[in-house]
Ligand binder design. Structure first.
Ligand code: AMP
Length: 442
């Protein structure tokens, strides 16, 4: 089914062609027709499904040729990175039209944002905190804003933004249409949707919390103290042109980034201890391929859309299965393929079992014959202030081989050797320090 048959304005159809979209993705085919009719929409869809164009196309359609009447559309996103991506997609889709959009996020100068808001830019794409700052100072006027788009509503809740979101909505008296997107639908989010939406069309893509098609998953059992060593081994042995590595804590992210940089990888770091400018540089560099590796925590990496990520490696097992689904959704985007590896200590097997129940699949367990799983834990540094969680410690392993840069002979995209039972070494169970990246479910 071509985009044209959805009834979209020809200028938007042209933009989809320019962007290389051949046909609507399922979430687009499901959400665009009712949204064009002016109906509210509730969609359960992860990033990577094409949901951004799913809500932007019908919204832009409505604005083409409409008299300029100040801000008409407010798109709320939980993170700066996601907001930036939405704005980029918006500019791409609106490229043949007169519709203007503006990005209102923290960490950017207020002046340009104030000008955009005061001049009544039609589409405002914002994170809640900064937008509320402007609203409270009387800079923005949303009296005519009739469309609200909530993206990643579940993350919005996780990050504690719902009160801000409600305050912003209260400043939109003309709200006539709401498009509500969430990767998951826990009860608190279903309740919010019930409050905000009138007779919505429902779009549900795939099973709840199913992992995206095209992702090969594998679990690597390994004692906690050998996780970094195994990770370095994997990176050294396998061609991974673009790899996103998750750690539980920002402390571990920082430490791991240092280790991998010393190994000769180009590494970007993304977690909440980085300044907004550093985060932007990390994202831009990773997106452009200047960094082969990005080390990130959960919250910072939510909703990241980098279409060339070939591998996602989790150095810890998330307690909440949906977090795992989010993580691995960073690869295999929009029908591409990718590998998702998770390093699991014996203590984390229960959490992994919960994830497996949720995704309806048992992950193959992989051990590497050439890796020494029996190496002892390294001696504790005296009066250490370092954590020993998932990303920590060199684990007494020898240096890995030089990293394989992109473009070398593929080894089945990291296709792991199969079929051997895990050989657990001694140790494991290192305590985690309390610097876990915040934002866990409340
Ligand atoms: P999203 O889920 O909105 O983050 O989109 C994920 C990726 O899919 C983005 O890189 C989009 O550019 C891409 N995309 C969106 N719609 C389509 C489509 N109809 N065909 C191919 N790619 C698409």
């Amino acid at each position: 089914m071509p985009f044209k048959s959805l009834g979209l304005h020809p200028l938007l159809v042209r933009a989809t062609q320019d962007l290389g979209y051949k046909e609507p993705t399922p979430v687009q085919a499901g959400a665009i027709p009712p949204a064009l009719e002016g109906r509210d929409v509730i969609a359960t869809a992860q990033t990577g499904t094409g949901k951004t164009a799913g809500f932007l196309l019908p919204t832009l359609h409505k604005l083409i040729g409409a008299p300029k009447a100040g801000t008409r559309v407010v798109v709320l996103s939980p993170t700066r990175e996601l907001a930036e991506q939405i704005e980029e997609v918006c500019r791409g889709l609106a490229q043949h039209t007169q519709v203007r959009s503006a990005l209102i996020v923290g960490g950017r100068p207020m002046g340009a944002q104030e000008r955009a808001l005061r001049s009544g830019t039609e589409v405002i794409i914002a994170t809640p905190g900064r937008l509320l700052d402007h609203l409270n100072r009387g800079v923005a006027n949303f009296a005519k804003a009739d469309t609200l788009i909530l993206d990643e509503a579940d993350t919005m809740f996780d990050m504690g933004f719902l009160p801000d979101v409600r305050r912003i909505i209260a400043k939109m008296p003309a709200r006539g249409q709401t498009l509500f997107f969430s990767a998951t639908m826990p009860p608190v989010i279903a309740k919010l949707a019930h409050e905000l939406l009138k007779n919505p069309a429902t779009v549900q893509i795939g099973r709840r919390s199913a992992t995206a098609v095209g992702i090969t998953q594998a679990a690597y059992p390994v004692p906690t103290h050998l996780k970094t060593a195994l990770l370095r081994h994997l990176l050294g042995e396998t061609e991974m042109p673009s790899v996103l590595i998750f750690t539980r804590t920002k402390h571990n992210a920082k430490k791991l980034a240092r280790v991998l940089t010393n190994d000769g990888f180009s590494v970007a770091e993304l977690h909440s201890n980085r300044t907004p400018a550093q985060r932007t540089r990390a994202m831009d560099g990773f997106r452009k391929g200047e960094f082969q590796v990005m080390v990130a925590t959960n919250i910072a990496a939510r909703g990241i859309d980098v279409d060339h990520i070939t591998h996602v490696i989790s150095t810890d097992v998330p307690d909440v299965p949906e977090d795992y689904v989010h993580r691995i959704g960073r690869t295999g985007r929009a029908g591409a393929t990718g590998d998702a590896f998770i390093l699991v200590s014996r203590e984390e097997e229960d959490s992994l079992a919960r994830i497996e129940r949720q995704v309806g699949q048992r992950l193959p367990r992989v051990t590497l014959p050439e890796f020494d799983y029996t190496a002892a834990a390294p001696p504790k540094p005296p009066a250490s202030s370092e954590g020993r969680g998932g990303g920590g410690g060199r684990g007494g392993q020898s240096q890995p081989k030089k990293p394989k840069p992109p473009g070398q002979k593929p080894q089945g995209r990291g296709g792991p050797p199969q079929g051997q039972g895990p050989r657990q070494g001694p140790g494991g169970g290192g305590k985690r320090r309390g610097d876990r990246e915040q934002g866990g479910r409340r």
